[in-house]
Write a protein that binds this ligand. Structure first.
Ligand code: ZN
Length: 508
């Protein structure tokens, strides 16, 4: 029987190898979204298929299974033998989870799902283009069935949706999300109604932001914001893609993208959001083995991007510091404007139908809508054929109106066509986690906002790195909350933050 030491070495070797192959695959994906000529797509898809098969082989291998068994990993003891050092026990936990999940799903099923979702995405794009839900319906029916089947393969304690949610937000369950969202919805509703009424009574000027900003000037400004946030151009770069994203190609190589237009806020907040994601990846502990060297969940990742984008980037203090710099770059555009005008403009509240353009206050409502519907689909309480009507009814309830058509309603997002049911909640969870972390950061650093007003972002970045980033997957979301805030997930910090910002805004 192999020794504990040998088994750990096996785990680390497999983890390192799978990590390098994944990073190589990430380089190819990044290139595909940024510079790759369109005709290269077929060859690229084949290259990607081989790399992901190689990773899958490593992470489901019998060698890994044997090593995990030697280390005592089981459902009852996922962290393995109690004598293991902390980092080794977390490596065991992570690889046991990956190994077990991957082996539960038959290869034929993975191929069927990949086929259904790649056809589904094409059908979705056409359906959205032509506002033709009927064209997408049979594909979505198939995808929902496959997702239900996937949940059965993975197994769950409560209900099928738990298994899907757990893929994106390990440790979270449906009951918890449902309860938290219901509480949040109840408190958000009056706040939103108030703000919408307020902005009707005294309209906020946002027109001055929406055009006439040269891309060159915006890039210059964004570069100073990224630098202040602590993004090092020695360890990453910013490029352009259709949809902003961030990806890690190695320990010292994080790529982010944005999409520039002459609207100042689109490009800038895209950059701040993605820089927030990038700082997480760049802040991972050097000692983490490959399998633990990434963000711990989608929700925690979103907490980092949204915290920088909204709580910091849309704060009064941020603009107190950065307005002068912006004005130097765009003197004519901003003549007669103040930091306060900018603050108000980037925080205008408006009920709208399109999630990706939603403001900070109403954003979570868009997520709740999707969560309610995908949950009803998984529970078999809603048929795909009835989705447009159900969407419209929820939109009326949560967003005050029905969308003009399905294109702006149930066809607006790509996620379901990709089979990503269970993903949406992580966006709103990110808001909740972020607010809890910021509450704690402000308690520990009473000068936090003062620092930000003076352009000193380093104390915050460094706090986030110490408490969150460096741990990677060694701590899951629940453990981070417990260790940092001493309590489980709740909507209280977030709603407190929103009240502070938007009730105050209503008064002046
Ligand atoms: Zn994000």
């Amino acid at each position: 029987m192999a020794s504990i030491e040998q088994a750990i070495t096996t785990l680390r070797e497999i983890s390192t190898e799978a990590g390098y192959i994944s990073q190589a695959a990430a380089v190819l994906s990044w290139d595909q979204e940024t510079y790759m000529p369109p005709a290269a797509i077929e060859g690229r898809a084949s290259q990607q298929a081989i790399l992901s098969a190689l990773v899958h082989q490593r992470l489901t291998s019998d060698d890994l299974g044997t090593a995990l068994q030697t280390l005592g990993a089981s459902d009852a003891t996922p962290t393995g033998n109690p004598s293991l050092a902390f980092m080794d026990s977390r490596l065991v936990r992570q690889l046991y989870r990956t190994w077990k999940q991957a082996r539960k799903i038959p290869e034929q099923f993975i191929r069927n799902l990949a086929m259904a979702t790649s056809q589904g995405q094409v059908a979705w794009a056409n359906a959205r283009e032509n506002n033709d839900f009927a064209g997408f319906q049979p594909h979505l029916e198939k995808i929902v069935d496959l997702c239900r089947q996937k949940a059965e393969y993975l197994g769950y304690q409560g209900e099928a949706y738990d298994a899907l949610l757990d893929e994106y937000e390990p440790g979270m369950n449906t009951t918890n999300v449902e309860g938290t969202f219901a509480a949040l919805a109840g408190e958000l509703a009056p706040l939103v109604t108030n703000c919408v009424r307020q902005s009707k009574n005294s309209p906020i000027d946002t027109d001055f932001l929406s055009s006439g900003f040269s891309i060159e000037g915006q890039q210059q400004f964004a570069a100073s914001v990224m630098e202040a946030m602590g993004f090092s151009s020695e360890r990453g770069r910013l490029d352009v893609s259709a949809h902003p994203f961030s990806t890690s190609l190695g320990r010292d190589d994080v790529r982010i993208t944005t999409n520039w237009s002459d609207d100042l806020s689109r490009g800038l907040y895209g950059v701040i959001h993605e820089t927030g994601h990038a700082l997480y990846e760049l802040g991972l502990g050097r000692e983490l083995p490959s399998a633990l060297a990434s963000g711990t969940s989608l929700g925690i990742h979103e907490s980092q991007s949204r915290l920088w984008e909204n709580m910091v980037g849309r704060s009064r203090e941020f603009w107190q510091h950065f307005f002068g710099r912006l004005q130097t770059i765009f003197p004519a555009k901003l003549q007669g404007k103040t930091a306060d005008d900018l603050y108000r403009a980037v925080n205008r509240v408006q009920l709208s139908q399109v999630r990706i353009h939603a403001d900070e206050l109403t954003y979570s409502l868009h997520i709740m809508l999707r969560f309610r519907l995908e949950l009803a689909l998984m529970r078999g309480q809603l048929q795909v054929a009835d989705l447009p009507a159900a969407w419209n009814a929820q939109a009326k309830k949560l967003l005050g109106a029905e969308p003009a058509n399905n294109r702006e309603g149930c066809l607006q997002d790509i996620h379901w066509s990709m089979g990503a049911i269970g993903y949406f909640p992580t966006y709103a969870l990110g808001n909740l986690y972020g607010a809890m972390f910021m509450d704690q950061a402000a308690t520990e650093m009473p000068k936090l906002w003062d620092n930000i007003a003076h352009g000193q972002f380093e104390p915050l970045r460094s706090w986030l790195q110490t408490n969150i980033h460096q741990h990677g997957l060694a701590k899951n979301a629940g453990e981070l909350l417990q260790d940092i805030c001493g309590k489980p997930l709740s909507h209280q910090s977030y709603i407190g933050y929103l009240r502070g910002k938007y009730q105050a805004a209503g008064k002046d």
